[in-house]
Ligand binder design. Structure first.
Ligand code: ATP
Length: 230
């Protein structure tokens, strides 16, 4: 059983989240991809997210009808801050030794990976699958302290889409998999700004998520978050 884990604040979930999850499912032949909205994420200021039940419900709606994509309540059910190492350990226990876990992540988030709790241990527990996120370049990974030495020429081939995938063996028998995918331009920060400023959403959201946001009037008021984001 090959299981993809795709964590995020999903505030809100957007078109590129769904595209990334379904492309990874297909490219890596995953049996299941869990989209795991964070409850109280360690890397964002507290009190700045939409309530977790709304974010979870939007994920459910966004992936309805997508084969093998599932919303997971694992992190939002936890009363304390959720660290990825705990999520991975819990899922490893839940799925047992027969399961292979693939941690799916955008390049922007992966470039911060060395600051995560128990980062080296995480790399030993599951495979990491990175997808490009403009304007980031895989070439920047040579500076990431927790990774083995990476070949700059190989990274350049992935950056230029000349090669579709680069597999790098990691200590402990896991792999770092870098995928070349066509860039997908959407960010939740930009979508929240558009909603506040009543600007067009230009298909950045699945229709079911857009109607949920309108129905519950999410992201439409200037709030503390506006100040945090400038
Ligand atoms: P925010 O703007 O609030 O930071 P976001 O759009 O980055 O939100 P997250 O929920 O923080 O969304 O992201 C979850 C995961 O999805 C992260 O690994 C992130 O890198 C990845 N991701 C988000 N948007 C894209 C995109 N357009 N292309 C590729 N990966 C993406």
């Amino acid at each position: 059983m090959k299981i993809g884990l795709f964590g995020g604040t999903f505030d809100p979930v957007h078109r590129c989240h769904v595209a990334v999850a379904s492309q990874m499912r297909d490219r890596l032949h995953l049996d299941r991809v869990l989209l795991i909205p964070s409850g109280d994420p360690p890397h964002k200021p507290p009190g700045t997210l939409a309530p977790a039940f709304h974010r979870l419900e939007m994920v459910r709606r966004a992936i309805a009808g997508e084969a093998c994509l599932e919303a997971s309540e694992l992190e939002i059910q936890r009363p304390a801050k959720s660290y990825s190492i705990e999520t991975v350990r819990t899922l490893k226990e839940q799925y047992g030794p027969g399961a292979e876990l693939f941690f799916l992540i955008g390049l922007d988030a992966f470039l911060e990976f060395h600051t995560w709790k128990d980062a080296p241990m995480l790399l030993r527990l599951c495979h990491f699958v990175v997808v490009p996120r403009p304007p980031g370049r895989y070439a920047a990974l040579t500076a990431l302290p927790v990774l083995p030495a990476l070949d700059p020429a190989a990274l350049a081939h992935i950056d230029s889409l000349e090669q579709g995938q680069l597999d790098i063996p990691l200590p402990g028998g896991t792999r770092l998999i870098l995928l070349a995918l066509p860039p997908c331009e959407a960010s939740a920060t930009d979508i929240r700004r558009r909603l506040r400023e009543r600007l067009p959403l230009s298909n950045l959201l699945p229709a079911s998520v857009e109607s949920y946001i309108m129905q519950h009037r999410l992201y439409q008021e200037a709030s503390d978050r506006t100040r945090v984001e400038g």
